[in-house]
Ligand binder design. Structure first.
Ligand SMILES: *Cc1c(COP(=O)(O)O)cnc(C)c1O
Length: 415
């Protein structure tokens, strides 16, 4: 559990960390693309990284920097860079830090779009190994002299495998390899990625952090655990000032300035407001998900339930240890053969049949034919995704209302 995060801190972070003008409690949304300097020497100094400031909003804006400050504070990190989307953060971070000939070990249970991105990465002569990250031993066996990075999710979706974050953290630390956790599923305070020796966390802000299905964003936080002086791919240009900042400087320069994956100021402000209630929403979401998982477990019309909170889940004890007795908002189910999945989904009235997760509303989705369709049957089998799997992202509604809705739909789905 990440003890740095609590409700008091979340609701006061903007005013205390960013000190907005005029006594405002929110940093203003500043849409200016360009910035004026009275003395050209100051403009030059900011360009050269010798002074803080903004020169052009593709590279930085006050709204994005304020959000970065808050997200970095939560993780206890050395710095953060915000991006236009979660995928922009992941792809910019990877493209900025890897080179042709490098090797990277990634989870075989990845979010579908991330998996697809790593396949694209293979076209750039980066070797990608897909391993079962529920056991760090598999990572150890896949190491090569050119391994630069290990990338996994805390809880994988849709089948909810929990990565061996403790084992992988120790292994990467020992070998000087970057360890990146996609922490979209278990945002603070659920997971303390810094204590697990992770180097970077990449999080989709679109999901639980913004929380309301109204804005896209992503972030990469450097947790300050990795010594960048040992990383071979840092360009000499970015080896300025404090070595703790080398990695993020390269990610910022390449990802934002060169590739343009910048978070818009208006989006940053909206995400900052979502962040204030992250704890409250996460708490209700996890409680609802646990109640629904228990309901499904006792329901004869449901064949299988995947949720780390259930004692028969293969990584239940690890999840309890890592996430402080909370188990996230994603659960997946497979209906009994006597039920029709499509009839069930169409019969849901309150639960929305939609892709997306981490919303205030409960969502359900047939996963093999949608997000993981492009991956094909072989990859889906490796990921444990059956054709009849339904992924549910649990919201903050009254759980009794959710159960009522699901019960009536299960009745109608019996064939
Ligand atoms: C949604 C998601 C992403 C991508 O985030 P976007 O903001 O939609 O680009 C990355 N990783 C995980 C685990 C996700 O659920």
């Amino acid at each position: 559990m990440n003890k740095r995060v609590n409700n008091t801190q979340l609701v006061h972070a903007d005013r205390l960390l960013n000190r907005p003008q005029h006594g405002a409690v929110h940093e203003a949304t500043n849409n200016s693309v360009l910035f004026e300097f009275e003395d050209v020497a100051d403009l030059e100094a900011v360009f050269q990284g010798k002074k803080p400031g903004h020169v052009y909003s593709r590279s930085s804006s006050s709204s994005a920097v304020s959000l970065q400050n808050m997200l970095n504070d939560i993780e206890g990190g050395a710095g953060a860079v915000a991006f236009a989307t979660g995928m922009a953060g992941i792809s910019s971070m990877v493209y900025s830090l890897l080179q042709a000939g490098d090797h990277i070990i990634v989870s075989q249970y990845l979010f579908g779009n991330t998996r697809s991105f790593f396949q694209t990465l293979s076209n750039f002569s980066v070797n990608v190994s897909y391993v079962d990250v529920t056991d760090a031993e598999n990572i150890k066996n896949a190491l090569t002299p050119s391994t630069k990075m290990v990338f996994c999710e805390s809880i994988a979706n849709p089948v909810t495998q929990v990565s061996d974050l403790e084992g992988i953290g120790a292994l990467c630390h020992q070998h000087g390899i970057l360890f990146v956790i996609d922490n979209t599923m278990t945002p603070s305070p659920m997971l303390d990625a810094k204590a697990l020796k992770a180097s970077l966390v990449a999080t989709s802000l679109t999901k639980y952090i913004a929380g309301h299905g109204s804005v896209l964003g992503g972030v990469v936080v450097d947790l300050g655990n990795y010594d960048w002086r040992q990383y071979q791919n840092i360009d000499d240009k970015y080896k300025v000032a404090d070595p703790a900042q080398w990695g993020l400087t390269q990610i910022r320069k390449r990802g934002l300035r060169d590739m343009g994956a910048t978070l818009a100021p208006g989006s940053a402000s909206q995400i900052a407001i979502g962040l204030e209630t992250l704890n409250l929403r996460m708490h209700q979401t996890c409680n609802n998900a646990m109640a629904l998982a228990t309901f499904f477990e006792n329901e004869r019309s449901v064949k299988q339930v995947f949720y780390p909170g259930l004692s028969e889940h293969p990584q239940h004890e690890r999840a309890t240890r890592l996430f402080n007795h909370q188990y996230g908002g994603i659960l997946s189910i497979e209906l009994a053969d006597s039920l029709d999945m499509r009839v069930f989904l169409n019969a849901l009235k309150l639960v929305i049949c939609a892709t997306h997760l981490g919303d205030t509303r409960t969502l359900a989705l047939p996963i093999a034919t949608t997000v993981f369709y492009e991956n094909g049957p072989e990859q889906r089998a490796v990921m444990g995704i059956s054709d009849k799997l339904i992924r549910m992202s649990i919201g903050i509604e009254n759980v009794a209302d959710l159960i009522d809705d699901i019960q009536q739909a299960l009745k109608l789905a019996a064939v």
